[in-house]
Design a protein around this ligand. Structure first.
Ligand SMILES: *Cc1c(COP(=O)(O)O)cnc(C)c1O
Length: 466
């Protein structure tokens, strides 16, 4: 399968090249030239498959030719071996025909493990075959860093460098990164904010001449195609468990960079009967404003109780726009150029299609706390603040009670003890970490504090590469 850029001017790439590529050279994002489509009979024949077996069926058409069936199966088995629940993505009922899909059973307790465990093993396999070593470089304000480190810690051909803003991530989040003492894992605490970290990463990708010959950087942020692909699987898994393809299923998705819900859109394009897809946002609501009022404009970042959704611009939205504009790269180039001034307006036809595909909803912090409390009080199910926004969105925007509604639970509540304590007030103390992490606060940490200075960051990377 070939992959093409949303801006139409970069060369098309093979699967193997696209997972190493990051952004396209024309500034666009890579998408498959054509999607595989599955008939209702094919989907029906998957009923009862294990998560890993289903992952193989859904992803095989994308990697056809790049990996043999046995190779893909081995990578999938390794990727999900460290999940704590035998179902990998269990469903829990939280209301009438309403379900939570627990995507936090992986090693770092957030849904990002689904994609990053897979991507780590996939990269390592491909790099071994090419006899190549790379450096993964990324910036994190929380979840992505630990999930990326967990995904890469056992990869022989990858050194991973994760920048986080010094003293500005929560202690659970920092310790999840800094207590991984593997030889190829390097945490850098930058004396600056998240934007400073991100700017250092972007500058390093633009000009990689600071690296020794033969080394390249690889991005594992949510624009990496393999991450999107791995996320399509759990939409099929949940829908099959709830009666698809014979009855349609709806999903509500706590959204930041639009990677997770874009995977749901792809599942629908590939033949899964998805009735409703709800974009659930916090106060950083650019996507909700876009769907509701055609107002896709940058606003100042607000720090919320759901920090993993605190984004100004959702980068994966460009992949949807590409489809809404008839896959015309020239139109996307024009649109993204317009957006450089901070705002873009969708054409009427694109907006109409977007509204037929997605509902949207925004929830502020005060109401996030209310829904956490309400769901806990009535059903004793504890939602993390991100998932809570998805559940509130599902309840507010749902069209039909007759079809199952699945709310994606993107993080374990123990990752956000402050919000939970605030929501439940006197009712309950902090949620406890799962067993395998209960000694997190006693573990040894290792990280390097560096000034917010590109030269020093890059010389640290160069001098520590294996
Ligand atoms: C990353 C993240 C999100 C947002 O996912 P996107 O793919 O960026 O839309 C939501 N919740 C949690 C807990 C996350 O870590």
């Amino acid at each position: 399968m070939k992959f093409i850029s949303t801006r139409g001017q970069a060369p098309s790439l093979s699967f193997e090249d696209v997972i190493l590529a990051g952004l396209a050279s024309d500034g666009g994002l890579y998408v498959p030239e054509a999607l595989p489509e599955f008939s209702p009979a094919t989907i029906a024949s998957w009923a009862g498959l294990s998560y890993q077996e289903l992952a193989f069926e859904v992803m095989q058409p994308f990697v056809d030719g790049a990996l043999s069936n046995t190779e893909l199966k081995t990578i999938i088995d390794k990727a999900y071996a460290d999940f704590r629940h035998p179902a990998i993505a269990p469903l829990v009922q939280t209301g009438h025909n309403e379900w939570v899909l627990e995507l936090f059973q992986g090693p770092t307790l957030a849904f990002k493990d689904f994609a990053l465990q897979f991507l780590g093993h996939l990269l390592d396999f491909v790099l071994t075959r090419r006899q190549q070593k790379v450096a993964v470089l990324g910036a994190t304000s929380g979840d992505t860093g630990s999930a990326a480190i967990e995904g890469c810690r056992r990869c022989e051909n990858i050194d991973i460098f994760i920048l986080h803003p010094h003293q500005r991530v929560s202690e659970v989040q920092r310790r999840q990164m800094t207590t991984v003492l593997a030889d190829n894992v390097f945490n850098i605490a930058v004396e600056g904010n998240f934007d400073d970290c991100q700017n250092a990463v972007k500058a390093s990708f633009r000009d990689q001449s600071f690296l020794p010959d033969g080394r390249q950087l690889v991005a594992v942020n949510s624009i990496n195609w393999a991450r999107i692909m791995a996320q399509i699987v759990y939409y099929f898994y949940a829908a099959l468990a709830l009666g698809a393809p014979h009855r349609p299923v709806s999903f509500s998705v706590p959204t930041g960079n639009f990677g997770d819900i874009f995977a749901g859109y792809l599942a629908k394009q590939m033949g899964l009967p998805v009735q409703q897809l709800i974009i659930a946002t916090n106060a950083n609501d650019i996507l909700h404003r876009c769907i509701a009022n055609n107002d896709h404009s940058k606003q100042a970042l607000q720090h919320s109780l759901s920090p993993s959704m605190d984004i100004m611009v959702s980068s994966n939205f460009e992949r949807l726009l590409f489809d809404l504009y008839g896959r015309d790269g020239a139109q996307i180039r024009r649109l993204m150029q317009e957006f450089e001034d901070g705002t873009m307006h969708l054409a009427e036809s694109a907006l109409t299609s977007a509204r037929s595909l997605f509902s949207s909803f925004r929830l502020d912090d005060a109401r996030t706390l209310e829904i956490i409390k309400d769901v806990y009080t009535r059903g004793e199910y504890l939602l993390d603040p991100h998932t809570a926004i998805g559940v509130a969105a599902a309840r507010a925007e749902r069209w039909h009670q007759a079809h199952p509604m699945v709310c994606l639970a993107t993080a374990h509540p123990a990752k956000f003890p402050d919000a939970i304590t605030q929501a439940l007030a006197e009712k309950q103390s902090e949620p406890s970490l799962p067993l395998h992490m209960q000694d997190l606060f006693d573990r040894e940490e290792r990280y390097q504090v560096l000034p917010n200075d590109l030269v020093q960051i890059q010389s640290f990377v160069r001098s520590t590469l294996s």
